[in-house]
Design a protein around this ligand. Structure first.
Ligand SMILES: *[C@@H]1O[C@H](CO)[C@@H](O)[C@H](O)[C@H]1NC(C)=O
Ligand SMILES: *[C@@H]1O[C@H](CO)[C@@H](O)[C@H](O)[C@H]1NC(C)=O
Ligand SMILES: *[C@@H]1O[C@H](CO)[C@@H](O)[C@H](O)[C@H]1NC(C)=O
Ligand SMILES: [Zn+2]
Length: 429
């Protein structure tokens, strides 16, 4: 009897998975002028904009069950062209689960060196933390595990300090790379894990460790990330609750919560994906990044990894250009070129530019705060995600086949960024 009950429970739990996304439809929207772009990009709750529309590129928006017809009518009435890319996004989520499960099965049959990551699945938070700990234990002379503080729900926000001179060589610049500030952007994680592998475990470019110190934070938003595995795959924000009575909506967009142009390009509606919080740095997760950025004058490059869009962006998020915009642009182009040279032919070329001009104005971002905190080369990466996935667009979903290539290609960009930093320092010296 018990056994049957067990089966029943398990089946119902499999079926309950992704239920909240059942019959949510993914729309691709072609906005043809400034008015239409503006209309699309300021859509409010309950739509979830995956990709902002620009002159060159269609926007993507996930529309929940119950709003699909209404949204179509609205687009018709405004004369905006659209295509429904995915009628029911739950099908795509199930495809992702299936592909990941297949890989997990094949992995279980191999005995791997556990200091090397298997880049065929996305590690969950426990696995990432175990990995960081293992690396720090195996390479105590190079890697130090640090908890930068606790998340809203009390999880450690961990990072590795990587240095062959114990962070004591004052003439070395520090490069700070961070991923998963936005929980659902899973494909960014393998890149930071690969960076650790290339800087600590399998070092093939010794100068990257001789000439630089590194701070690598794979999961900047651990509560949101955990939730994206076991609560809602498309969760973006942190898990701050108690803002509205009964928690009708919760979570702060951490990448709008930094104290830089706060509130100018974000929302004060907690039900949106770009809710900026109750005040600048109201959230422990953004405080941790702030504190790192201020912890050492030697931090000269900051890379905040997001997905998706094939972009390398720099400040300011308002569209004004910082004093060193020229260097930022040249560095961005060099990084993008390095990635474009190794990417697959089917993938889009990376584009480089000011975040507001290329994408859409946004305020309170980690990237802008890096610049404000005195880190000259501060960038946001938007990794690729426009590849077809079954009958759909990949977006935030991960194709296990693309995990390793994505990590390797992005690393080429980061490496090139380090070399660019070194070259401009030489010119200053
Ligand atoms: C994380 O992965 C481990 C297996 O490595 C598993 O035991 C654990 O349940 C997973 N946690 C979540 C929240 O999915
Ligand atoms: C180390 O990196 C090199 C170059 O990327 C690669 O060819 C080699 O297979 C890696 N070694 C291991 C053990 O992964
Ligand atoms: C400090 O780092 C610089 C840059 O890599 C290097 O040239 C120098 O030899 C290092 N100094 C010491 C004392 O290790
Ligand atoms: Zn993001």
């Amino acid at each position: 009897m018990r056994w049957f009950l067990g089966i029943f429970v398990c089946i119902s739990c499999v079926y309950a998975r992704h239920e909240q996304y059942d019959q949510s439809a993914l729309f691709s929207v072609k906005a043809k002028d400034a008015e239409q772009i503006n209309y699309f990009n300021s859509l409010d709750y309950p739509m979830d904009i995956w990709l902002y529309a620009t002159q060159e590129r269609n926007g993507l928006v996930l529309v929940p069950k119950g709003y699909v017809q209404q949204f179509q009518d609205e687009l018709y009435s405004k004369g905006i062209e659209f295509v429904i890319e995915v009628e029911n996004i739950k099908d795509s989520l199930e495809l992702e689960d299936k592909l990941r499960a297949d890989k997990a099965r094949s992995r279980a049959m191999r005995s791997d060196n556990d200091l090397l990551v298997n880049f065929d699945d996305i590690y969950n938070l426990t696995e990432v933390n175990n990995y960081l700990k293992k690396i720090a234990e195996a390479y105590p002379d190079v890697a130090t595990l640090v908890s930068g503080g606790k998340s809203f729900e009390g999880r450690d926000i961990n990072y590795l300090k990587i240095s062959n001179s114990n962070f004591q060589n004052a003439s070395k610049p520090i490069i700070f790379v961070e991923s998963l500030l936005h929980a659902r952007e899973w494909v960014t994680l393998p890149t930071t894990l690969y960076a650790i592998e290339k800087l600590v475990v399998n070092v093939t470019d010794q100068d990257l460790i001789d000439d630089f110190d590194w701070i690598i934070m794979p999961v900047a938003n651990p509560d949101g990330y955990e939730f994206s595995h076991d609560g809602g795959r498309f969760w973006r924000k942190n898990r701050r609750n108690g803002i509205l009575p009964g928690d009708v909506c919760l979570g702060v967009d951490l990448n709008r919560n930094f104290d830089v142009f706060y509130g100018l390009g974000s929302s004060n509606n907690v039900c949106t994906e770009i809710y900026h919080g109750t005040a600048p740095f109201s959230e422990p997760e953004s405080q941790v990044i702030r504190d790192i950025l201020h912890s050492d004058d030697r931090i000269e490059m900051f890379l905040d990894l997001h997905s998706f869009g094939n972009l390398i962006l720099y400040g300011w998020g308002t569209g004004e250009l910082p004093e060193n915009a020229f260097s930022l642009h040249v560095g961005g182009i060099q990084m993008a070129t390095a990635i474009n040279e190794v990417k697959e032919d089917w993938n889009l070329n990376y584009r480089v530019g000011n975040a507001a001009l290329v994408l859409y104005p946004a305020s309170g971002t980690a990237m802008d705060y890096g610049l404000k905190a005195g880190v000259p080369l501060s960038y946001t990466y938007e990794l690729p995600g426009l590849r077809n996935f079954g009958s759909t667009i990949l977006g935030f979903l991960v194709d296990p086949e693309f995990i390793k290539p994505s990590a390797v290609q992005t690393w080429e960009g980061i490496k090139e960024g380090a070399y660019f930093l070194r070259s401009i320092r030489r010119n200053l010296a």
